[in-house]
Design a binder for this molecule. Sequence first.
Ligand SMILES: NC(=O)c1ccc[n+]([C@@H]2O[C@H](COP(=O)([O-])OP(=O)(O)OC[C@H]3O[C@@H](n4cnc5c(N)ncnc54)[C@H](OP(=O)(O)O)[C@@H]3O)[C@@H](O)[C@H]2O)c1
Length: 293
Amino acid sequence: MSRRLGTVSVPAVGWGAMPISVPPRPSEADALAMVKLALDLGVELIDTADVYCRDDDDLGHNERLIARGLAAWGRGRSVLVATKGGLRRPGGAWVEDGRPEALRAACEASLRALGVEQIGLYQLHAPDPDVPFADQVGTLFDLQSAGKIAQVGLSNVSADQLREAVALGPIASVQNRMNPLDLGAVHDGVLAACEAAGVAFIAYSPVGGREERAELLGHPALLRAARELDVTAGTVALAWLLRLSPAIVVIPGASRPENLRANLAALELILPDGIGHSLDAAFGMIHDDAACV
Ligand SMILES: NC(=O)c1ccc[n+]([C@@H]2O[C@H](COP(=O)([O-])OP(=O)(O)OC[C@H]3O[C@@H](n4cnc5c(N)ncnc54)[C@H](OP(=O)(O)O)[C@@H]3O)[C@@H](O)[C@H]2O)c1
């Protein structure tokens, strides 16, 4: 099952590499083993960010691990590495910094950390409320014109911000939170705006993230479907998200091999309509001809 992401086509399930770099994180050897496993299993989309690390002294940790893995095991493979800029990690906090000079410096640092001359997909991590949005997006388009990034993406944006950005230039993707317990992107119109603009919607925290994962994966409707299909609840959750829209790409995070394998299994799982409809009802999705509300 593949999806259009700007000018490229990728499998609908990528790997969110954040959990191998954000505390509590695995040993470096285990983290590198996860990069190798992802490549061995055929992952073609890896989501990262300069700030997937401990704090400002550790920026680029995740990007460097991916670069090492790709250099060691990924030669000849086409992998879209999607990174982000626009945040800082002072003292381990997450703080927006969308000043044009900060975005330019972050992009240069990501190029160095990834060891590439061009970044495949560069996403504004989150709009900085203290900087005009058009200046932040405009900086990314300038970086694209300079050849430093192939495609521009956004993250944590509203439908209005997406429309504003699309008027400025080609946007490949929007990365917002979405999982069966958090369908905010359906209700706030961002998913519909992506569909209308031909922009991929990259769902982050698709199995609930660290906060909602236990509640989601213990949900009776998911467990019932998982038993019936003989797969894990995580696999069902992802397959159900993919069923909602051909614009959706999921990037489940994993630092353990069994979770990565379960997540990639969603690529092969087409939910029977009966199960799909019962999950729609359980998670409050109502379809009509025009929209999902
Ligand atoms: N743009 C943004 O602002 C933003 C914010 C958050 C995340 N992200 C991106 O989105 C990716 C995914 O989000 P996320 O990591 O927050 O949340 P997630 O993918 O919903 O959940 C990840 C956590 O759940 C566990 N898990 C994953 N698959 C599982 C499965 N099939 N069964 C049971 N447990 C499973 C993993 O545990 P183990 O680690 O133990 O394997 C992992 O720590 C991140 O890696 C990052 O690339 C972006």
